[in-house]
Design a protein around this ligand. Structure first.
Ligand code: SAH
Length: 223
C-alpha cells in the first residue's frame, strides 16, 4: 500500500503502464514533485496534470515525464541535454539517473525559470551539481558540449529529421525524445541514431519551443 501521496502517484503510474524502469521509479520517489509546484497549484502536486509554473509555461504531467524518461533509457554516467528546463523537475530526475559521473545540460529561454529551477532543485536536498543550468535558446541544441548520449526536448518542436542540428549532436549510439508537431498538438517521437529509426510513440500537448529551430516569437505572441 502506498504510504503517502508521492508513493500513490508513482504506484498509479506503474499500474497505468507508464513506468516500467526501476531506475525511473526510484528517481520519481526520491525527487518529490511538491518542490517544483508553487502557490495555488500545490494541492495538485501529485495529480496527473500539467501545472503552470509561471511565465506561461508548465511542468508536464507525471505520466508524460515518466513515459519520456522510461523510453529514453538514461544510464549512469551519460551526458544528457535537456531543452526546456521549466520548473527543473525533469532536470532533477535526469541528474539522479545519470549519477555523479554523468552530466546534464539543461537550458531555458526564460531566465526567471532558470533561476526558479535552481531554487527548486536546491529544495530536494539532493546533490544536483552534475546538472548545469543556463539561459539560452537551445532549440538548435548546444554545439559546445556535443555529442550527447541522450537529448530530451520538453517543448513542442515544429520539425525534426535526421538533418536537424539536434540529431547531429547525438553520439552514434544516441537517442532523442521530443514532441514534434504544430503549436497545439504533437506526437512524442523517439529517434535512434544508430538505426536511423524514428517512431511516433504518444500524442501529447506541450508549450511551444521558441527560437532558431523552433516556432517564431511573433506567432507565439499572437496566440
Ligand atoms: N521540463 C520542464 C517543463 C518544460 S516546459 C519541467 O520539468 O518542468 C517548456 C520550457 O521550454 C519552458 O520553460 C520554455 O520557456 C522553454 N523553452 C521554450 N523555447 C526554448 C528554447 N528555444 N530553448 C530553451 N528553452 C525553451
Amino acid at each position: 500500500m502506498p504510504e503517502n501521496e508521492l508513493e500513490g502517484m508513482v504506484a498509479d503510474l506503474r499500474k497505468a503502464g507508464f513506468l516500467r524502469s526501476e531506475a525511473v521509479e526510484k528517481a520519481m520517489l526520491e525527487i518529490d514533485r511538491i518542490h517544483f509546484v508553487h502557490g495555488s497549484e500545490r494541492p495538485f502536486a501529485y495529480s496527473d496534470n500539467a501545472l503552470p509554473v509561471g511565465y506561461g509555461q508548465t511542468i508536464s504531467a507525471p505520466t508524460v515525464v515518466a513515459f519520456m524518461l522510461d523510453k529514453l533509457d538514461v544510464k549512469k554516467g551519460m551526458k544528457v541535454l535537456e531543452v526546456g528546463t521549466g520548473s527543473g523537475y525533469n532536470c532533477a530526475l535526469l541528474s539522479y539517473l545519470v549519477g555523479p559521473k554523468g552530466n546534464v545540460y539543461s537550458f531555458d529561454i526564460i531566465s526567471e525559470l532558470t533561476n526558479l529551477a535552481k531554487e527548486n532543485m536546491g529544495k530536494t536536498g539532493l546533490d544536483t551539481g552534475n546538472c548545469k543550468l543556463a539561459t539560452a535558446d537551445a532549440s538548435c541544441g548546444f554545439e559546445e558540449e556535443a555529442p550527447f548520449d541522450r537529448i530530451i526536448v520538453t517543448a513542442a518542436m515544429p520539425w525534426f529529421d535526421k538533418a536537424h542540428p539536434l540529431a547531429k549532436q547525438l553520439n552514434p549510439n544516441g537517442k532523442l525524445i521530443a514532441p514534434v508537431g504544430d503549436r497545439l498538438f504533437q506526437d512524442l517521437i523517439i529517434f535512434d541514431k544508430k538505426s536511423g529509426n524514428m517512431e511516433k510513440v504518444l500524442p501529447v500537448i506541450f508549450v511551444p519551443l521558441i527560437g532558431g529551430c523552433g516556432f517564431k516569437t511573433e506567432e507565439h505572441q499572437s496566440k
